[in-house]
Design a protein around this ligand. Sequence first.
Ligand code: N01
Length: 542
Amino acid sequence: MHYDVLVVGGGFAGMYSVYRLRNQGLTVKCLEAGSDVGGTWYWNRYPGARCDVPSLEYSFGFSEELQQEWDWPEVFSAQADILAYANHVADRFDLRRHIQFNTRVTATEYQEDGNLWCLTTDGGEKFTARFCIMATGCLSVPNKPELPGAESFSGQVLHTGLWPKDTVDLQGKRVGVIGTGSSGVQTIPELARQAEHLTVFQRTPVYTVPANRKAMRAAVQQEFRENYSQIREGQQHNFGGTSQFSPVKSVKRKSPDATKKIPANILELTPDERNEIVASRGLGVLLSFRDVYSDLEANSAANAAYREGVRKMIDNPDVAEKLLPKTYGLGCKRQVLDRDYYATFNRTDVTLIDLQHDPLISITPTGVQTEAGLTELDVLVYATGFDAMTGALLRAGIRGRAGLSLNDKWRDGPVAYMGLQANGFPNLFTVTGPGSPSVLCNMLVAIEQHVNWIGDCITYLDDNQLTTIEATAAAEVSWVSHVNEVARGTMFTAPTCNSWYLGANIEGKPRIFMPYVGGFPRYRQYCEEVVADGYKGFECSA
Ligand code: N01
């Protein structure tokens, strides 16, 4: 079956690609492994899953009608509400008829002769197109570490990133969870509420601050609706792609204490003052000091105040000590937001096992064996993250000119031009690929910008009777060195920091900082300049 464009992935990036390219008059087919739309929000159905970007900003801006009609029940949405939104978008714009579900792409091969991308699926079908868009997501390949004896476990095994659609009944069950990143932190309080007993296996303690748990007020939503053009414009000029729009008509007046000014820098405060401010305002206040992310002394002052704050929240001092991050600083990993995380460890039906001091020996048929003993379990939950940024691309069997494999090209880390294309792979685009702001930006804003850029690029080619576009080797090398240059010296790349941004969570993965940390506006400007310069850094041919 032949189309103008093939899109791999039916999450928000794939859905908007279908919408945008179809509206350009192109024939489009999207192939999606899941049974429905939603991507991340389709797969991550674990209890407690929710977004860390405000709902009114984490939404599409391409349709005025859409943003006027959709109601968000909470300020920060739960997974079910975002998935409902994805379904609404699919229905409203009649996208499903272009998407083939339950279809995983196993090979993505360029046929030089006809200038075609040929995709093979797990069902043995073949699709061809002139253009291929990989809308495969940044956090879409679950990481399940190979633990000794894992296959022998006789109870139920779950992964937060592949949570079943059917309700999982944990009542009366002894549940274990491995991992305390964003997914673990979100699900642990919920699992504790449902299970008879929860055991948390923690390898590295996390910095987490309380999430905003407010219900959406109709007046706030209305004020957003009235100001959406300004908000969408604001997103384009904000480092992380959120407008920072504050409703003025509908805001509640804050208490005088909450509005009391705090200094810009943490180093302006004495250690006692830091602890007092954390005690009165909560751990989240530490994120508001400017110097915490740019000055190691300030960072270590914030880390100390954080630890002091946590000690006060945990009843058992031994448990508190285990929960304190000590080996890396705030800001090195993606900030985690929680609801009742620390309070959960004060429950009598929750046990924390610190794998640093009580290492995991093996999984057994009945539970998890650590040095100190066996924890018997009925259910084992892996909250062990993802093979981020490159994982899905490297599993799609991508081969370009002369059979060049993307896996070979990226053996020492991803090399791509602006996270949009790689040399050797003409007419193949990646949405929010490595080297673009992607996960450091509001994803929906990053997705729309990329898809619009790709759509405009195809129009440019067609208008100029050009058939291929391909990033040059020189342009991608210079872009990668710019990406590294911008990341150098930030908390993200500190030697003590081991995050998925660096691929450090996957054994054997090259340690490279993958997203672009120069900010969305700067990145967007580069993209615009490239176009204004006649697609500088790309080679187009007729
Ligand atoms: O994954 P992670 P995640 N033995 O990689 C542990 C987004 N997200 O799914 O740190 C024992 O952060 C690992 O330990 P360590 C968000 O961008 C967003 O939680 O490697 N433990 C760590 O504790 C986020 O950053 C939301 O020592 C092992 C955990 O597993 C990203 O997804 C919600 C282990 C993995 O943490 C990833 O978050 C959820 C082993 N062999 C996710 N291997 C929102 O709020 C790994 N671990 C929007």
